[in-house]
Design a protein around this ligand. Structure first.
Ligand code: ATP
Length: 222
C-alpha cells in the first residue's frame, strides 16, 4: 500500500527549496506523489505576508513544474489555526492502515515540541526529515525530542511501509539553501533584490509575484 506523504508549509512564497525537497524525497522513497498542504493560519509565526488565495495560486504554478507533486487544500478550508495534528487525524480517518509520511525540514523538526499535541503526531504518521543548510539535524535536540529521535529513528526506508506510523527517517536529499524569509526580504529591497531571487523559485511564480506586486517595497521607500 503506497504511503500518503504530505509536506505542510506556509509557502509564502513557494520556492525550489520546498519543491525539490518534496520531489527528491518522493523519488528517494519511490512514491508516485507528495501532497503539498498550504496552511491557512500557521500557528508558529506571524500571519503570512501574502493572502491564502495568492499563496495557493503560486503553489499551483510552482507545483505544475513537478508532475509528482499535488496540492491538498484541506487546511485552507478549515477554520482556526492550521494545526498539523488535525490534518494528520483527518488523513488517518480516511484510511486507518495506510502509512502516512509527514515531511519536514530540519528547522521544522527541531521545533516539533512546540507544535500542538506534538507527541500524538508519532501515533498518526512517520516523520521524514531532510537536512536544511545551516540547521543541525540531530545535534543538541531539545530533550523530549531527543528521546523520540533515539527511540524512533530508523535508517531503513522499508520501516515506513511496514507500519502506518511511528518512525523517524532521515531522507538523504541535496540540501537547498533557499528560504521564503530571505526571498521576501530580497523582494522588499526592490530591483536589486528582485534580481537576486532569480532562479530560487519557478519563473511562473515570480511572474505572478511581479504582476500582483507581492512582497514589494513599501511605496514611500521607492
Ligand atoms: P520561512 O523562511 O519564511 O520560514 P520556509 O522557506 O521555511 O519559510 P515554510 O513554508 O515555512 O517555508 O516551510 C515548510 C516546510 O518546508 C518546513 O518543513 C520547512 O522546514 C521546509 N523547507 C522550507 N525550505 C526548505 C529547504 N530549503 N530545504 C528543506 N526544507 C525546507
Amino acid at each position: 500500500m503506497e504511503p500518503v506523504a504530505v509536506l505542510g508549509g506556509t509557502f509564502d512564497p513557494v520556492h525550489y527549496g520546498h519543491l525539490r525537497f518534496a520531489d527528491d524525497a518522493r523519488r528517494a522513497l519511490g512514491l508516485s506523489e507528495v501532497r503539498l498542504v498550504p496552511a491557512r493560519d500557521p500557528p508558529h509565526r506571524e500571519g503570512p505576508a501574502a493572502s491564502a488565495a495568492d499563496r495557493l495560486a503560486m503553489l499551483r504554478l510552482g507545483a505544475a513544474e513537478f508532475p509528482g507533486l499535488a496540492i491538498d487544500e484541506r487546511e485552507l478550508a478549515r477554520p482556526g489555526k492550521s494545526y498539523t495534528v488535525l490534518t494528520l487525524e483527518e488523513l488517518r480517518g480516511e484510511d486507518p492502515a495506510r502509512p502516512l509520511l509527514l515531511l519536514v525540514g530540519a528547522d521544522a523538526f527541531r521545533g516539533l515540541p512546540t507544535w500542538h499535541r506534538w507527541r500524538e503526531i508519532f501515533a498518526l504518521a512517520h516523520v521524514v526529515v531532510v537536512a536544511r543548510p545551516g540547521v543541525a539535524l540531530a545535534a543538541d535536540l531539545p530533550e523530549p525530542l531527543a528521546a523520540e529521535w533515539h527511540a524512533r529513528r530508523t535508517g531503513d526506508p522499508a520501516a515506513l511501509l511496514s507500519a502506518p506510523a511511528g518512525a523517524i527517517y532521515e531522507a538523504r536529499v541535496s540540501p537547498q539553501p533557499i528560504s521564503a524569509t530571505v526571498i521576501r526580504a530580497q523582494l522588499a529591497r526592490g530591483p536589486a533584490g528582485r534580481a537576486a531571487v532569480d532562479g530560487l523559485l519557478p519563473r511562473d511564480v515570480l511572474t505572478y509575484i511581479d504582476r500582483h506586486r507581492l512582497y514589494s517595497p513599501p511605496t514611500d521607500a521607492t
